[in-house]
Design a protein around this ligand. Sequence first.
Ligand code: MTE
Ligand code: HPA
Ligand code: MOS
Length: 810
Amino acid sequence: MKNLEAALHLRGETRFVDDLPEPEGTLYAAVFVSPVAHGRIRRLDTREASGRPGVRAVLTARDIPGENQIGTIQPDEPLLAETEVHFAGQPVALVVADSPGAARAAAGAVRLEIHALPAVFDPREAYEKGLLIVPPRSFVLGDVEAAWGGCDCIVEGTVESGAQEHLYLETQAALAVPGEHRSMRVVSATQSPTGVQRAIARVLGVGMHAVHVEVERLGGAFGGKEDQATPWAALAALGAVHLRRPVKLVLRRQEDMRFTGKRHPYVSDFRLGLKSSGEILAYEVTFFQNAGAAADLSPSILERSLFHATGSYFVPNLKATGISARTHLPPNTAFRGFGAPQAMLVIEGAITRAARALGIPPEVIQEKNLLREGDGFPYGMAARGCRARRCWQEAIDRYALEGRRRRVEEFNRTHALQKKGLALMPVCFGISFTNTTLNQGGALVHVYTDGSVVVSTGGVEMGQGVKTKIHAVAARVFPIEPALIRVESTSTLRVANTSPTAASTGTDLNGKAAELACRAILERLREVAGAELEARSAGQTGGGNTAPADIEIAEGRVTRKGTPTDLTWRSLVAAAYTRRVSLSAQAHYATPGIWYDRRREKGEPFAYHVYGTALSEVTVDCLRGTYEIDGVWAVHDLGPSLDLLVDRGQAEGGIVQGIGWLTLEEVLYAKDGRLMSRDLSTYKVPDLHFAPRELEVHFLDDVPNPQGVFNAKAIGEPPFMYAIGTCYALFRAMQAFRPDLELPLITPLTPERVLTSLYPERLRELEQAADSASNSAVPASGSAAPAPAAAGTATRAGCRTRGVAAAGTP
Ligand code: MTE
Ligand code: HPA
Ligand code: MOS
C-alpha cells in the first residue's frame, strides 16, 4: 500500500510542529548565536534586546534552573554558551517575544563582545594539536606489517569526503507547553523523544516523569534529528518554564543550516596490498573524522566507520584506526549510513587505485575479494546468510554488464570529449545500533470495545514509513480489516525509555515489540473465544472451555476446528470486555544474541547484514565537467517486504541522496568558519533532472530473515551507499579521458571539480596567476571582527583547499 501519510502530504494537510494549533498565549522564541568560531565571551549585554517591543524575556546560561548540559555521549555541550564559544552558530541567548518577528528583531539587538581565539577546521591539524573527542581506536585482524612483504602491489593514497546538509523539509522545531506541578509537555521534531525528555529534565532540574515528549511525525530527519533536535526543544522548554506560557521555536532554513551539524567530512589515508591476481592481502586505513566542536554522536559514528572499513570484502590483514578530531565547526552528527559511507568510499577508492596500478578492471579485484559465507569480519563476527556474491552475480546478469561494457568502450573509442564510465558497488551493512544497549523497542496496544485498535510504539515517523510498516505488522497479527487499526504518535507517556529511531532499526525493534503485544492480546482473545463458545453450547455463561488451539480467528470471524461460528471479531472483543479480560498489552523487544567487547574490539554487534550490488553508468562532458547519470540498477537483499512501495521509496531515495552527497552537494565554510553554503541557492541538492535517467532496484524476496519483522530486512540506510558506485563510475569516465593522470580521490565530484581534475595544468596556471595578483591576507587570530566571506576564500570543512573553491582571488 501507499505510505499511510501520503494522501495527507499530497493534499498539504499533514501537520508538522509549526502547523499545530497553538495553545492560547503561545509565545515565540528566536536564538542569538555566536558569530565567531572560537572565542572568549567578554561581555554579553541583553538590555537593549530586552527593551525591544513585544519582548517577554531574554534568557542566557545564567537562567538555566538545572544543568547547562545536553551532551548525549559526553557532557561537553552546553545548551547556552557560558564563557567561551566553540563554533559560529552556537546558541548564546534565547529571546522570547509575542511574535517570531519580534523575537528575531530583538535577537539582532543582543550585544556580544568576544575575544577571538584561534580556530581549527582541519581534522588533521586538530589531531596534531591533540584536539580529540575520544582517544584513537583501532580494529585489527591478522598482521598487516607482516603481510606487506607478500604483496605484489601496494597502493597508497588519501580519500577526502565532504560534509552533507540534511535538508529535511521540516526545519528544527519544538513547542513546549508548561503544565501543572512543574510539568512540561513538548512536541518536538525529534528522532529521539526520550533523548529530548532526558535533556529537558536535566536542563530544567526536574525528573523525567515531569517531562512528556510527543512526536506525531517529522518532515524528514535523515539522522539530523537524532541528537540535534534536542537543543531547540530544551530552549523552548526553558522559555516556557520562565514565562509559564507555551513557547514555540522553529528555525528558519538559513538558521537551521548555519546552527546545526552535518555529515562528518572525513580525510582518510589508506594503504592496500594485493597479489597480482587482485587478491587483497592487507589494508591499512586511518580515518580523520571532522567531529566539530562537541562529541554529539561522533564516537558512535566513527565506530561504525571502523565496522565498515572493509566494505563487502574479506580482508585477512587489517588495521583500521579512527580519529575523532575536535574542530570549531558546528558538531557534526548522524546522517544516513552513520559513518559507513565515508569508510566504504575509502576502500573503493583504494581498489580503484589498485586496479589502475595492476592494469586490471576494478571489478576483478572487487569480485575476487567479495565476502563468502562464513568469512570473518575484522570484529570477530562471521558472515552468515551472506548474499554478497549472489547479489553481485544477479546484478551482472540482470543488468547485462558485458553488453553494457562493450557499448561503453565503443562509445569512449568514438567520442573524444565525452566519456562514459561504469562501476559496480557491493554493499554490506550491519543492522543494529553499534551501541548494544540501544537495541530495544517497545509497544503499547489497545483494542477498544468496538474492535478497533490503536498501536503506539517507540518508532518515530520521518517519512521512512515506520507507521505504515507497524500498521502492516498489526494487520498481519490481527485478522481484521486494516481500517480498524490506527498507528498513533510517539509519546514518552505511552512508550518509555525509547531508543532513537535510527540505525535503520525502527521497524525491526518497534515492529517486533508491536507484534509481541498484538499476539499477547490475540492469545487472550483465543481463550475468551473458547470459553465463550463452550458457554454458548452449554446454554449458560461463565463455565466451560474449548482448547484455544482449536480456535482460529481469520478475516474478522472465529472458527472452531475449521467450522465458522457466529462469533465475530467485534463480538469477541465485547465478550472479552464483559468477562473482564484485558484488551491492552505492552511489549518490549530486545535484539537477541548481540554483544560487543570494546576492550578486545570483538563481538557480534549486528543482528544481521544487508547485502546488495548496484551498477552505475554515467556520461561525462569532458570539455565542461558536466555529467549525466545514465542509470543506477541494483539487486538488493530485502526479503519479503512489509510494504513494497515504501521499500522502493527508501531504496530510490537513498540512492539519490547518496549521489547528492558525492556529486552536487558541497558544504563550504569561509576561512573564519562561517557557513557560506547556507541556502538553496548556494547548496545544490539533486532534482528530478539530475537524478539517474534509469533507476531500478530489484529486491531479493525469496530469502527470509528470521531476525527481521516477518522475515524482512531493514532498508533505511543501506541503499545510500550504492551511490559510491556512481561516484566511481564518474572517476572511470574521467580516467578514460585522462588515463595519464592519477586523479585525486576527493568528493563531492561537482562539475567544477571534475573540470579542474581533468585539467590540472590549466588549474595550476590559474592558481599561480591568482597568487601573484594578491598577497592573501588571513585575518589575525586575535581579531574580534570576522573576515568578510568573499567567494574566493571558501574552504571545505576540514579539507585542504583545492579545486575551484580555492582558485578565485581571496
Ligand atoms: N526516509 C525518509 N523519507 N526520511 C528520513 O528522514 N531517514 C533515514 C532512513 N530513511 C529518513 C528516511 C535514516 S538516517 C534512517 S536511520 C532510517 O530511515 C530510520 O528509519 P527506520 O529505522 O525506520 O528505517
Ligand atoms: N546508528 C545510528 N544511530 C546510532 C547508532 C548507530 O549505530 N548508535 C547510536 N546512535
Ligand atoms: Mo539514521 S543516520 O541512523 O538516523
